[in-house]
Each structure stands twice: as structure tokens, then as C-alpha cells.
Design a protein around this ligand. Structure first.
Ligand code: ATP
Length: 245
């Protein structure tokens, strides 16, 4: 894939900019990077804080796949981000579905969105990565404690180093997905998952379910062993009940 990178000082959201340009026919590989986002967003309409030392980036994909499989691209992106961020912090892990954590703290969030238009299917993969600590401190209301890559590296890491690493991994894993399907993604995702074989609690609206995380189903659902029976989790927030270390 050829990446065509555009840098912005400030945007509402890098995902929104990609979707706007996709509507006008932008091609796969368009990559939008912004120093600041005024309306950075996460899953379920949650807010993503783009603090001064964070990388906010979104990439346009135009896969020829059934729209039912688009959700698998969130997991492709998580695997790619895991590979890239592990270069800087090898202890990076994935928390279902696509948060990247180091020592249980959140270093990267991913939001995948899609749009059908006259130029065909557009999928945008947006990543927010905390590269260093924000000068003004973290926002107070983070649901999972945040962290940044510099806390785990003795070398200076630039936002551009991280951008290049992410694009390289995304290229590799996206090509693998298009050629070989979801199987290799699922395997890589499970290897990087923070909670395999551990007890987790899933909060979905009003209900809490506790069970042992078994891995991923083909559609990206989390397989959970609850009272000896396997259940599929398709939405919700996962918390670890035990630590792996
Ligand atoms: P979470 O369980 O952390 O809320 P999520 O998958 O539901 O994860 P995301 O889409 O990844 O949500 O991102 C939104 C969430 O990330 C917000 O709820 C907020 O608490 C947290 N958050 C926002 N900005 C940052 C940041 N810069 N670093 C770490 N966490 C952040």
C-alpha cells in the first residue's frame, strides 16, 4: 500500500477528515496526522484526549470485502499497533477488542469506522498513541489509567518514529488479512492478548459477566468460559480480575 501523508496543526478529528476526503474519492493509503484534535473520539462516543505529545493518526482503507467483515479490521489494526508499539515497549499487550496497554495502563486507543459512498466502501482506522507525557498532565476522568511510550524507553522516541512503525506494520498485517483472511490475525491477536486464560469481568450496559477469556471467535467476538459454558461477547468493557505478572 502507498501511504500519502497529510499533516494538520489542528482538526476536529483525524477520522472525520479521512471520511470527508473519502467522500471526494480519496484513495486507500491516505493518512491524516494532526497535532491537536478538538473532537477526538473513541468507541461508544467516548472522548479521546489528544494531548500535546500524542500522535493522532487515521488511515483510509478501501478493502474489497463484505461489510460484515469490516469489524475484523479493528482487530487487524490492534495486531499492527501491537507489533509497532512493541518495538518501543516490548511489554505492550492488547485488551479486547483493540486497546493497547502497557503494565495495565492505556497507551493507545483505536477507532475503526466505515462509510459507503459513490466511490465504494471506505474504512478509516484511527489511532491515538501517547508518545510522551503531556506537559499539562493527563485529563482526570480516564477510565483506564493512561501511560506513554517514553516511560518505557531509554531513547528519545519521536512521533514520526511511531507513525512510520505503525504504517509499516499496518501494511504488513492488512496485506496478510486481504490475502489469507482472519486466521493469522486471530492467532497474532491471541498471542498479544493480555487476558488469555485469565478471569475477566465484562460490563455491558447493566450486566456484569465474569468468566475465563478463551480467545477470539472468527467474527472478532471475545470467547468467554462462563460456568463451564462458552459465551460470545460482542460488546462491552473488559476488566482483568487477576494480573498475569
Ligand atoms: P476504555 O475502556 O479505556 O474507555 P474504550 O475502548 O471504550 O476504552 P476508546 O475508544 O479506546 O475506548 O477511547 C476512549 C476512552 O479512552 C475514554 O473513555 C477515555 O477514558 C480514554 N482516553 C481518552 N484519551 C486518552 C489518552 N490520551 N490516553 C489514554 N486513555 C485515553
Amino acid at each position: 500500500m502507498n501511504f500519502s501523508i497529510q499533516h494538520f496543526e489542528s482538526l476536529d478529528s483525524t477520522n472525520k477528515e479521512v471520511l470527508r476526503q473519502a467522500k471526494d474519492g480519496a484513495q486507500q493509503g491516505l493518512t491524516i496526522v494532526a497535532e491537536q484534535q478538538t473532537h477526538g473520539k473513541g468507541r461508544l462516543g467516548r472522548k479521546w484526549e489528544t494531548v500535546d505529545h500524542a500522535l493522532a493518526m487515521s488511515v483510509l482503507l478501501r478493502p474489497s470485502i463484505d461489510t460484515a467483515k469490516v469489524s475484523q479490521l479493528s482487530l487487524v489494526s490492534a495486531v499492527a499497533a501491537h507489533e509497532a508499539l512493541s518495538l518501543f515497549a516490548p511489554q505492550t499487550r492488547i485488551k479486547w477488542p483493540n486497546d493497547l496497554l502497557i503494565d495495565g495502563k492505556k497507551v493507545c486507543g483505536i477507532l475503526t469506522e466505515m462509510q459507503q459512498g459513490k466511490h465504494g466502501l471506505a474504512v478509516v482506522v484511527g489511532l491515538g498513541i501517547n508518545v510522551s507525557e503531556p506537559a499539562s498532565g493527563w485529563a482526570k476522568d480516564m477510565r483506564t489509567p493512561p501511560t506513554h511510550l517514553h516511560a518505557y524507553s531509554q531513547h528519545h522516541i519521536s512521533k514520526d518514529d511511531v507513525l512510520q512503525a505503525i504504517l509499516e506494520s499496518l501494511n504488513t498485517w492488512y496485506s496478510r488479512f486481504i490475502q489469507d483472511g482472519f486466521f493469522p490475525i486471530r492467532h497474532a491477536w491471541e498471542k498479544a492478548h493480555i487476558a488469555n486464560g485469565q478471569t475477566v469481568s465484562v460490563h455491558d450496559g447493566n450486566t456484569y459477566i465474569q468468566g475465563i477469556a478463551l480467545g477470539l471467535a472468527d467474527d472478532g467476538a471475545l470467547r468467554l468460559l462462563v460456568n463451564g459454558e462458552e459465551q460470545r461477547i460482542i460488546a462491552g468493557d473488559v476488566s482483568l480480575m487477576e494480573s498475569k505478572t
